[in-house]
Ligand binder design. Structure first.
Ligand code: PEP
Ligand code: MG
Length: 909
């Protein structure tokens, strides 16, 4: 392979550029780019990934000799160039040049390889550093840190077992005990000098060789160690998990060290080109005079603000007077105005160049500014939106880039209440569960849904804590601030319903032991009683003791602009899963263009309806069932009217009854007694019926269209409610558009009789009223068989809506309600990349979706194709559905904005 292998960067000559990431790695390429922009960067050079590949192919000993032969000359020239620019000599005893050596692969591989700092120090150079800095302690501390890093990373002196402590730290602890001090910072220069001796002895005795004092030997050792690290276990595992090819190799960056702790004309700091918290277009950051980089973040000294504006804002918050601020905490702008102007110029150049908010690190060494790093800065969801929209308005980025800049899931930060950041700082979680439904909630614990309602009526904020929730808990859930369950996964009842309500929920917190009788919950021996305060973070799954104040979300103007932009680019429509007019109104406000799933059974639990439902279940014959259904009809009709009104002319997909009937009857003695009294039947009859309804696998049992097939009168009542409601709303001047959906179909012979009842009922109602509405009859595709025979079903059904919850459950053979006991382990082991109930399993379940979509389209060109499983709100899944050519996704109302953005990203991506 031809030279060069070494690419220099600095003020005199820069060989690389940002575009050369493959050859120079990400870090090396960006350092070179900064130099090209005329930004002052400590000079250095990058040894290319090709050198690493050549070395790796030859193996350790042969590789070492070959590599040295190959790059020795170029590296020596590189070091000479650094010496020339810094005016110092490598290995010089009076004023030594010190180097940092860092790995840098094409893709960032955090933690793969430690950095080596202060390379070039030895017993002579340390004296030079002490003299030059006038700070003996600093010089010896730098030296002992270097030996420690080098001994570990390059020489391999690490703990030999999990139980063993880091051998260097053990030596430090012994010395601290001998000196009677607690902290490293309490060790003085003489102590640190002693430590250097002990470290060297440790290396000699443990490794049988000496710590190298020749700077060149140090340098070669470090370079080879970085190349070796490409093939350490950690790196291999990381590569496998992230699909990074072994052939890439890593580059090595060798760079002059600069110090911010060489007196009062030195400083170090971090800065952001815009506010990472709010997104405001305001340069900001912190610095410390006479300090090392880690001091700024260590929190021992109070960092000062870089800009005067920032400094004044800080002083107001910290309640520091203007006089004290100016005297004790002046901004960099006031303290070093010239250097501040230089920094300002650099930040402007970098942001304009990279066209994104930059996170910068800098050091001022004896009055000279050096930029050490620039990278795209991490930011809050709110800042993401504001920065993207403002950069678009400022003409810095185009619409496509603006859309891709916002991570859809981060919109959650804007849509739900969040904890007060200050209050959260002092809180430690007592348990963790799944982040089932985002938001922050704080309230008093109750253990029963009816008690949640009662407490709510008294004006109290409650957190409903349950082992797991069931449809009976619905009303309690709807009034609670948040829901915590000890069992259940991401598609458990609690999780699905809470997401639908936009309510904070943490599910499956296994460490929480719930005793609903005693009205207590216990975590690790500590007990909470009814009425105690608890706080939940549904975005992280954390459970906190006590009361943490929350703040309401604000949908700012930039949010609206982003949504409008998304709508202009997306192809997929976004509908919402909504069961009530309130849900529907929220969904429309958040931009839904239809209801993709109304789970009608949710309406059955409200008020006296449950009694009519139970009467129907208990009835001995069809006539009895029809009597009960007649009571339900007006209630269902009213529900549907509400939905049609809320949705205007937009489609409303109404699914016929789906869950197994046992979900509607009480299973405990007390509940059965009450039911017997209310219905005036012997309790034995109730018990018998409940037993009859018991199923071993209710999810694969008597549910979905199987109910309508065996009890056609249920389908008839629901269809009548739909069409009567539609005609009533039409008579008011509305434009209802019902889409009636048959659940859990596996054969067209199940679909046909159900569709026939719907159509016949529609005709009957239309004839009675002398009016009509346009409607569709379609099916869910949620059994694997339905996907396989989608061509035959598609001939009869006007739309398909993929029920990817059940489709995942049945395709993978994982119970939606029980997978929590093994799925996390599966994901951890990498058997599946992620929870297939959260993000669609593209290779397996996804194949069925693609195939059914094609088969459907082949037999009915205008068939409407949608998704109403939980995946409809997952950005990665939405990308997949876009490619599969579906027409819409449907998700819980609060995920609608996320889905709109994800759909736009899929379209422009
Ligand atoms: C589904 O199975 O994906 C679906 C939407 O139906 P449910 O979750 O109500 O079973
Ligand atoms: Mg289903």
């Amino acid at each position: 392979m031809p030279a060069p292998y070494v690419y220099r960067f600095g003020s005199q000559r820069t060989d690389g550029a940002a575009a050369m990431k493959n050859l120079l790695g990400g870090k090396g390429a960006n350092l070179a780019e900064m130099c090209r922009l005329g930004i002052p960067v400590p000079p250095g050079f990058t040894i290319s990934t090709e050198a690493c590949t050549a070395y790796t192919q030859l193996g350790r000993q042969q590789g070492r000799d070959a590599l040295l032969a190959m790059i020795d000359g170029e590296v020596r020239e590189g070091v000479a160039a650094i010496e020339a620019e810094m005016g110092k000599r490598f290995g010089n005893a009076a004023d030594p040049l010190l180097l940092s050596v860092r790995s840098g692969a094409r893709a960032s591989m955090p933690g793969m390889m430690d950095t080596i700092l202060n390379l070039g120090l030895n017993d002579e150079a340390v004296a030079g550093l002490a003299a030059r800095s006038g700070n003996e302690r600093f010089a010896w501390d730098s030296y002992r840190r270097f030996i420690q890093m080098y001994g570990d990373v390059v020489m391999g002196l690490k703990p030999t077992s999990k139980e063993e402590h880091d051998p260097f730290e053990v030596v430090i602890d012994v010395l601290k005990t001998q000196r009677g001090v607690q902290l490293d910072t309490e060790l003085n220069a003489a102590d640190l000098q002693q430590l250097v001796q002990r470290f060297k002895s440790l290396i000699h005795s443990r490794l049988g060789r000496d710590f190298p004092t020749d700077p060149w030997e140090q340098l070669w050792g470090a370079v080879l160690a970085v190349f070796e690290s490409w093939n350490n276990e950690r790196a291999k595992v990381y590569r496998e998990l992230n699909d990074i090819p072994e052939s890439w190799g890593t580059a090595v960056n060798v760079q002059a060290m600069v110090f911010g702790n060489l007196g009062d004309s030195s400083a170090t700091g971090v800065a952001f080109t815009r506010d990472a918290g709010t997104g405001e277009d305001l340069f900001n950051g912190e610095f410390l005079v006479n300090a090392q980089g880690e001091d700024v973040v260590a929190g021992i000294r109070t960092p000062q603000q870089i800009t005067l504006v920032g400094s004044r804002r800080w002083a107001e918050l910290a309640q520091v007077s203007e006089d004290e601020r100016r005297a004790t905490y002046p901004s960099l702008e006031e303290l070093m105005p010239g250097l501040y102007q230089e920094l300002l110029a650099a930040e402007t150049t970098l942001e304009n160049h990279f066209r994104d908010m930059q996170d910068l690190e800098f050091t001022i060494q004896e009055g000279k500014l050096w930029m050490l790093q620039t990278r795209n800065g991490k930011r809050t969801g709110a800042a993401m939106v504001r920065i993207a929209m403002e950069m678009l308005a400022q003409g810095m980025i185009d619409e496509r880039t603006a859309l891709l800049r916002v991570t859809p899931d981060r919109l959650n930060d804007l849509l739900h209440p969040v904890f007060d950041a200050q209050a959260l700082k002092g809180a430690t979680p007592i348990a963790r569960g799944l982040p089932a439904s985002p938001g922050a909630a704080t309230g008093q614990i109750v253990f029963h849904a009816d008690e949640a309602e009662a407490w709510h009526k008294e004006g109290r904020a409650v957190i409903l804590v349950r082992q797991e929730t069931s449809p009976e808990d619905l009303r309690g859930m709807s009034v609670a601030q948040g829901i915590l369950t000890a069992r259940g996964g991401m598609t458990s009842h609690a999780a699905v319903v809470a997401r639908g309500m936009g309510k904070c929920c943490v599910s499956g917190a296994g460490a929480v032991h719930v005793d609903p009788k005693a009205r207590t919950m216990t975590v690790g021996g500590v007990t909470w009683h009814q009425g105690d305060w608890l706080s939940l973070n549904g975005s992280t799954g954390e459970v906190f003791d006590g009361r943490i104040p929350t703040q309401d979300a604000e949908l700012s103007g930039d949010f609206g602009k982003l949504m409008a932009l998304a709508d202009a680019h997306k192809r997929l429509e976004v509908r919402a899963n909504a069961d009530t007019p309130l849900d529907a109104t929220v969904a429309r406000r958040l931009g839904a263009t239809g209801i993709g799933l109304c789970r009608t059974e949710h309406m059955f639990f409200q008020g006296e309806r449950i009694q009519a439902v139970r009467e129907m279940i208990l009835a001995d014959d069809e006539a009895g069932r029809r009597r009960a259904l007649a009571k339900l009809l007006p209630m269902q009709r009213e529900d549907f009217e509400g939905l049609f009104r809320a949705m205007g002319g937009l489609p409303v997909t109404i699914r016929l009854l789906d869950p197994p009937l046992h979900e509607f009857v009480p299973h405990d003695d007390a509940g059965q007694q009450t039911m017997a009294q209310q219905m005036r039947v012997p309790v034995a009859k109730i018990k018998r019926r409940v037993e009859e309804l018991h199923e071993f696998n209710p999810m694969l049992g008597h549910r979905g269209c199987r109910l309508g097939i065996t009890y056609p009168e249920i389908t008839e009542m629901q269809a009548r409610a739909v069409f009567e409601a539609a005609l009533n709303v039409q008579a008011e001047g509305g434009q209802p558009f019902p889409e009636v959906m048959i659940p859990l179909v596996g054969s067209v012979r199940e679909f046909n009789p159900q569709a026939a009842i719907v159509r016949k009922t529609a005709d009957a109602v239309f004839a009675e009223r002398g009016a009509k509405v346009h409607y569709l009859v379609g099916t869910m595709i949620e059994t694997p068989r339905a996907a396989l025979v989608a061509d035959s079903i598609g001939k009869a059904a006007e739309f398909f809506s993929f029920g990817t919850n059940d489709l995942t459950q049945m395709t993978m053979g994982f119970s939606r309600d029980d997978a929590g006991s093994f799925l996390p382990a599966y994901v951890k082991l990498g058997i599946y990349d992620q929870d297939p109930f959260s993000s669609i399993d593209q290779k397996g379940v996804g194949q069925l979706v693609e195939m059914a979509a094609q088969k459907g389209r082949a037999v009915r060109a205008d068939i409407e194709l949608g998704v109403c499983g939980e995946h409809g709100g997952d950005p990665a899944s939405i990308g997949f559905f876009h490619k599969a050519g579906l027409d819409y996704v449907s998700c819980s109302p609060f995920r609608v904005p996320i889905a709109r953005l994800a759909a736009a990203q899929a379209a422009v991506g």
